[in-house]
Ligand binder design. Structure first.
Ligand SMILES: Nc1nc2c(ncn2[C@@H]2O[C@H](COP(=O)(O)OP(=O)(O)OP(=O)(O)O)[C@@H](O)[C@H]2O)c(=O)[nH]1
Ligand SMILES: [Mg+2]
Length: 453
């Protein structure tokens, strides 16, 4: 096994830059280039930080702090040295060159975490969570990644895997050794255990609805009749003038998209063209896009001008919002109220009164969003939630195999036929945790990591 090295911090001028070295010769290679006061690097206690110099012969290259971690008590499970250099591309690359000159090789993307996985320091879910934590885009996404790193989601999948394997072992023992006094296994008993497993899989499958919104953001359409203040609302949420605002109806035609964190989740906000019946050709194209955006949205802000009575275009918006998750936004509340508030409150579960121009009421809007997606944030962060598409796809496949096994038994086929599907279901779950995963999948997963991770 090679000893690998990589810069683990950003390649930019900074106070500190960290180089990681891992592998069987990590300590001996680093001993050749790091001089400590009164001590050999190889004698330093694990986890202790020491001051020293990286040198190339008689030339000192940098004053550094370094830590030795001995196998197996390290991130990768191998001997490791972490060298805290001064930040800056030039110093870091000189130290890297020295390490390579003395026998280390440059690490591939994600190779440290891949080694940690291969050495049994973490399962595949936990390894992927390291990447997810670094890439997380909001606090809930980060909290969930941290939960996965600690093994919360792994426990759920391991439990399902164990239940499938145990059930299959019982079935196969009964089929293969009928004369050895193994208790009779009735199809009904297998069916009830399979249904229990299916419930657990379904729960995880369902968690992805929320997980994908937390990870990728909620596609949020701001829709409404022209001039109700949609673009003003977008600008107020973003905190800068992103979209053109004017009192001419039909100002916005192209869709304006921005990402923003609001209420604990990321919103992929789309300001759209005002929807109205009387529109010229170009505006009509914009309205078509508005309707498509509305249909595919996870969340809709339906904006109304509270300073005037509801018009036909507003009523059309109310109809279009049917079956969507909608927050009705009564805008222009700084002006005298002329809208039928009761009518709106009757039509929508969530309503908020704001003045986008004066940036009033945005906090209430934020609270509603938080309540909608993270009603019990604490329990979400400690719950097993799938946010990774790969995990979701395998979970769905496992569910299908369990369904097929259930169907087989219900149609009166023998246990050995169901056993084939149970084996497949376990193998799909094993691909999530890494228990039954191919080298190709492993390489694919870690190649998405950055170097040094
Ligand atoms: N008084 C008041 N005026 C507002 C408020 N929000 C928006 N306006 C005004 O309403 C007019 C229309 O605002 P926009 O944000 O362009 O409205 P829109 O819904 O994006 O309009 P279209 O793009 O044409 O569909 C502008 O003159 C805004 O200044 C508000 O909260 N109070
Ligand atoms: Mg607009």
């Amino acid at each position: 096994m090679d000893t690998i090295c990589a810069i683990a911090t950003a390649r930019a001028a900074a106070a500190i830059g960290i180089i990681r070295v891992s592998g069987p010769t990590a300590i001996s290679i680093c001993s050749k280039i790091i001089r400590l006061k009164n001590l050999q690097l190889s004698s330093v206690n694990s986890g202790q930080m020491r001051l020293g110099y990286v040198h190339d012969g008689d030339t000192n290259i940098d004053q550094v702090m370094c830590v030795v971690f001995r196998a197996p008590a390290s991130y990768t499970g191998e001997d490791m040295v972490e060298i805290n250099c001064h930040g800056g591309v030039m110093i870091l690359s000189r130290v890297m060159k020295l390490l390579i000159k003395n026998g280390a090789v440059t690490a591939a993307p994600g190779e440290f975490t891949k080694r940690a996985f291969l050495n049994g320091k973490m399962d595949l879910i936990q390894a992927e969570a390291v990447g997810d934590l670094i890439d997380s885009c909001n606090r809930t996404d980060a909290a969930l990644a941290l939960e996965r790193m600690s093994g919360r989601l792994s426990n759920e999948f391991n439990d399902i895997f164990d239940r499938l394997v145990m059930l299959n072992t019982d079935i196969l023992a009964y089929i293969d050794f009928p004369d050895e006094g193994i208790a009779d296994i009735k199809p009904d008993f297998v069916l009830s255990r399979l249904c229990g497993i299916r419930d657990s899989i379904s729960k995880l499958e369902k968690s992805f609805e929320l997980g994908s919104v937390i990870h990728d953001g909620a596609d949020t359409a701001i829709i409404g009749a022209p001039n109700v203040g949609k673009s003003t609302l977008l600008n107020a949420i973003l905190g800068y003038e992103r979209a053109i605002v004017s009192d001419t109806a039909g100002t916005t035609r192209d869709m304006v998209k921005e990402r923003v964190e609001m209420g604990g989740i990321t919103l992929n906000l789309c300001d759209t063209a005002g929807i109205r019946d009387m529109a010229q050709e170009i505006e009509r194209c914009g309205i078509e896009i508005s309707c498509r955006t509305l249909n595919s949205a996870d969340l809709v802000f339906a904006v109304f001008d509270a300073s005037r009575p509801l018009c036909n275009d507003d009523l059309k918006i109310i109809d279009l919002c049917d079956k969507k998750t909608v927050i009705a936004v009564l805008n222009k509340c700084d002006l005298p109220r002329r809208i039928d508030t009761g009518y709106i409150k009757n039509k929508f579960i969530h309503t908020v009164e704001i003045s986008a121009r004066q940036k009033q009421g945005l906090e209430q809007l934020e609270n509603i969003i938080n309540g909608l997606f993270l009603s019990n944030e604490l329990s979400i962060e400690s719950a097993a939630v799938i946010t990774n598409t790969r995990h979701f796809e395998r979970t769905v496949m496992a569910g299908k195999y369990v369904d097929s096994a259930i169907d087989t038994l219900e149609r009166g086929f023998t246990l050995d036929v169901a056993s084939v599907d149970i084996t497949e279901a376990a193998s799909q779950i094993g691909m999530i945790t890494g228990q039954s995963v191919t080298d190709k999948i492993i390489d694919e997963i870690f190649s998405k990591f950055c170097v040094g991770k």
